[in-house]
Write a protein that binds this ligand. Structure first.
Ligand code: BGC
Length: 392
């Protein structure tokens, strides 16, 4: 597994904030552990996980035995595979769940809510004891997740919050407001470094409005940018500063590129654009391509995900920054929670919660890290794949 050390550092940070208690919690422990179908090829690995992770487990003996003897079935419902983080999640969940002795059912929903609802239904029918969900739309899975809860299945939100449902036991993610703050700080730093004295002409982009992360990224970014828009340091020439105006439906890069084309044609025929807030790397590359096509000098553009192509662009100076949120760390954190659940120890304790409109959901948060050309070698020191992209 790549980035092993980075992962363990992140895990240590996360665990410091969310110390495992070994006490029960969550819901439906016995029910959840009971209907395990026994995958023939996994018992040894599960035994090791159950014993290693749960030495203090005394009470839910039945669940622990069931897990140790029979592994467990874990469903993973991903929203799409259109950005590198989700494609990595598909591979890494398979690797890490199987290595821990579970049978994994992994499906992606191509950004379609009904497809994702059906996939989760079928995971329940196929005996999943835990279902990990990265929702297409954070608020549209309420009834299928209630159904999972009634069937005694644990539900863990992955990377995105699950809203308006009691059918969620916890969410693992990178701080999304923090991510937006980092993106905006990097944008400001790049403007000062590369674009001379203020004022700076900028534009703002948000992610897919159905994704609960997208408004959070934007809120975090605007907490940094708004005071500077108010005092005239930053000028949003198009005047488009509301999330609804700036959002990119379905995180679709081509929609972002069309919006950038229109903004440039309508507002920048005789002035230069200095910077653009971008919510992720795919959209950043679309924005930069639009500016190049319009004959603009490349603006300072933020990003997210440390996608391979953007790591190369950051290294060559074409994209100013990205934010690393290592998928293997997030998957690892999720699998450690699954271990706790399926060995009868319930949800680990955490001090962080988020209200999802109905309940306060325990949040297991990992720290995102901003990346520019200056610190790229440091950030990716333990990630040989990304290090290989930083060619001198
Ligand atoms: C994830 C990002 C990703 C975006 C689009 C967000 O919820 O946090 O990593 O780029 O979805 O797939």
């Amino acid at each position: 597994m790549k980035a092993k050390k980075a992962v363990s550092l992140l895990m240590a940070a996360a665990l410091a904030a969310t110390m495992l208690t070994g006490c029960g919690g969550g819901r439906g422990t016995e029910e959840a552990a009971a209907p395990a179908e026994t995958p023939a090829d996994t018992p040894a690995a599960v035994e090791e996980t159950a014993e290693g992770e749960n030495t203090e487990n005394t009470e839910p003996e039945k669940a622990a035995e069931s897990s140790a003897a029979g592994g467990g079935i874990v469903g993973v419902a991903l929203p799409w595979l259109g950005t590198q983080n989700w494609a990595e999640a598909e591979v890494m969940f398979k690797e890490q769940l199987e290595a821990a002795g579970y049978k994994a059912i992994i499906q992606a929903a191509d950004q379609k809510v009904p497809q994702q609802q059906q996939q989760i239904e079928s995971m329940i029918e196929n005996g999943a004891q835990v279902i990990v969900v990265g929702p297409v739309d954070g608020s549209q899975l309420g009834s299928v997740l209630e159904k999972a809860k009634d069937a005694g299945v644990y539900v863990i939100g992955y990377d995105r919050l699950l809203e308006n449902t009691t059918g969620v036991d916890g969410v693992v993610q990178f701080g999304s407001v923090k991510t937006g703050e980092l993106q905006a700080q990097a944008l400001l730093q790049g403007l000062k470094e590369l674009k001379g004295e203020a004022p700076y002409n900028i534009e703002l982009f948000g992610g897919g409005p159905a994704d609960p992360n997208a408004p959070n990224f934007f809120t975090g970014a605007m907490s940094v940018l708004q005071p500077l828009i108010d005092d005239g340091t930053l000028v949003v020439v198009s005047g488009q500063t509301d999330f609804t105006q700036c959002a990119t439906v379905d995180w679709d890069n081509s929609k972002a590129q069309s919006r950038m084309d229109a903004i440039l044609a309508g507002n920048y025929s005789d002035i230069e654009i200095d910077g653009v807030l971008s919510p992720n790397d795919g959209i950043a590359r679309a924005i930069i391509t639009s500016c190049e096509n319009a004959g603009q000098p490349i603006p300072v553009v933020s990003g997210l995900d440390a996608e391979n192509e953007s790591v190369e662009w950051v290294w060559s100076g074409r994209q100013y920054s990205t934010v690393a949120k290592p998928t293997d760390a997030l998957v690892g954190q999720t699998v450690s929670i699954i271990d706790s659940l399926l060995s009868g120890n319930g949800m680990p304790a955490t001090d962080v919660t988020a209200n999802n409109g109905v309940i306060d959901v325990p949040i297991y948060e990992l720290p995102p890290v901003v990346v520019t050309k200056d610190n790229a070698k440091e950030v990716f020191a333990d990630d040989p794949d990304r290090m290989a992209l930083l060619k001198d």
